[in-house]
Design a protein around this ligand. Structure first.
Ligand code: ATP
Ligand code: MG
Length: 460
């Protein structure tokens, strides 16, 4: 870590110790100002687009700061991936300064300023929660509110409404100093995640903060400090009140960022995973392979992300929900329903119950069902079937899931190897493999027709 920065922190240590006493009113926080010479965040960490936004706001007489993950990541020596700007300009004033901008959000109105593919999110300092809900705010700001009006808020109020201390560091474009309102610099130094204020209260205000704690702990390798950690076990069920669309956004952030496996283990530890995927959690209690399958799928996804290879949420969702779907399919089959309709019915039922917890956009839901249905088709290889299955647009993902199912011990190994060989083999080899299938009664493609002719065998 930057030498001057570390020295600065140690000098400040005594003074800041009292700052985060949960009993203390967070509203009294005042910033430690860390001058440019004593912290490592440089303009090289900041994208040209973000700098343009900051300079233009500042040039127009407004305060302009970078805040949140970008400063946290820069202090950790990582290149920030996106930039959040906080300012005392109202959303309308921001919009008027940037032609390439648009107002979004109703409850929290923010401005997106677009530069090519990069979007800079600009938020106006927020005040006390009650200020944000009522008609008041929209009405008054439409009428052109003055800066520093109570409707919005001061930077101090904005800081205490943020979640973790390490997310409440502000970089001031006017003099390149850092404003640390909640001892976040110290917590970055000791790699600690600590909620600002009383943890239970902050989780009740917004239960998604529990998921954010886990996500940041996994991504940054930080420790969730005891007081921040303690209420999660009891408060996990509060997540059931969060709209499914918001939870789905969090699911994507948690599992598609390269640290999915660690995130999953932490979620399970705090009882949070079951609030997101209750049927997967139940299936894991019934069958050891179900948990292994999810772990393997996540390890796989993390590895692909590390190697910069493409990943799709559809595959992960298919793996998360596979055990409940497979269990229900087996039940329906034992009641006499043929395999494919049983799978489709099971998928329908499991997905519709899952949608009460997390939404699943159609662009992921359709491929997810295809991946499941192909699990029933992959064993059927006779005649032209293997070639048809091979051509299916989801074949590759379905084959990957098949390998994981074998690895997890749900089904015996063998079919995966066959498909590996079939994909790699030339025409001659493929013909040989198909002949092998013909000789193997367990892998016959016309199982269903046979069953129909001899209904008495259908319970085999
Ligand atoms: P990353 O972008 O790397 O996921 P981030 O910390 O920037 O991490 P964002 O979701 O982009 O996360 O949010 C930006 C900032 O907004 C946060 O750093 C935090 O200060 C504040 N914030 C976001 N969500 C919440 C929340 N639920 N409660 C309080 N503050 C929040
Ligand atoms: Mg961010």
């Amino acid at each position: 870590m930057f030498k001057g920065f570390t020295r600065f922190l140690h000098n400040q240590e005594e003074q800041v110790k009292t700052l985060l006493d949960p009993q203390e009113s967070v509203a009294t926080l005042s910033p430690r100002i860390i001058p440019r010479s004593e912290h490592p965040v440089s303009r090289q960490h900041i994208s040209d687009a973000a700098l343009k936004v900051l300079y233009r706001l500042n040039g127009a007489g407004f305060d302009a700061y970078l805040v949140g993950g970008c400063i946290r990541d820069a202090l950790l020596g990582k290149m920030p991936k996106d930039f959040d700007v906080a300012t005392n300009a109202t959303p309308e004033q921001v919009r008027d300064l940037f032609r390439n901008s648009r107002l979004i959000g109703r409850r929290f109105r923010i401005v997106h300023v677009r530069f090519g593919r990069e979007v800079i999110e600009v938020t106006t300092f927020r005040g006390k929660p009650q200020d944000e809900h009522g008609e008041n705010i929209a009405h008054q700001s439409d009428a052109g509110l003055l800066l520093r009006d109570n409707v919005w808020g001061s930077i101090e109020e904005d800081a205490v409404r943020r979640d973790f201390t390490v997310n409440a560091l502000y970089y001031n474009i006017a003099d390149f100093s850092l404003h640390d309102f909640a001892n976040g610099a110290q917590d970055i130094e000791s790699r600690t995640l600590r909620l600002i204020g009383d943890p239970a209260t902050r989780y009740r205000e917004d239960p998604v903060r529990m998921l954010r704690a886990v996500r940041f702990a996994a991504k940054l390798g930080f420790t969730i400090e005891p007081a921040t950690e303690a209420p999660m076990y009891d408060l996990a069920p509060l997540l059931l009140q969060i709209p499914p669309a918001r939870l789905f956004d969090e699911v994507l952030k948690m599992f598609m960022s390269g640290h999915g496996l660690t995130t999953f283990r932490l979620l399970s530890h705090y009882g949070l995973f079951g609030m997101l995927f209750p049927e997967s959690e139940e299936a894991m209690a019934d069958a050891a392979w179900a948990e292994k399958l999810i772990e393997f799928a996540l390890a796989n996804t993390d590895k692909r992300i590390a190697e910069d290879r493409p990943v799709t949420p559809a595959f992960l969702l298919a793996a998360f929900l596979w055990a409940p779907v497979a269990q229900r399919q087996a039940e329906l089959e034992s009641e006499g329903m043929p395999a494919i309709p049983a799978l489709q019915t099971a998928a329908q039922e499991v997905v519709s119950r899952q949608l009460e917890h997390t939404s699943i956009p159609k662009r992921f839901g359709m491929p997810m069902r295809d991946i499941w249905e192909l699990q029933t088709r992959l064993p059927l290889r006779r005649g032209k079937r293997a070639f048809q299955t091979r051509e299916h647009p989801r074949f590759r993902a379905a084959y990957d899931l098949l390998l994981l199912r074998e690895q997890a011990g749900e089904i015996p190994r063998g079919l995966g190897d066959w498909w590996t060989a079939f994909q790699q083999g030339d025409e001659h080899e493929q013909r040989r493999l198909l002949q092998k299938v013909g000789a193997d009664p367990a892998s016959q493609g016309d199982r269903r027709r046979k069953r129909r002719r001899k209904p008495s065998r259908s319970s085999e």
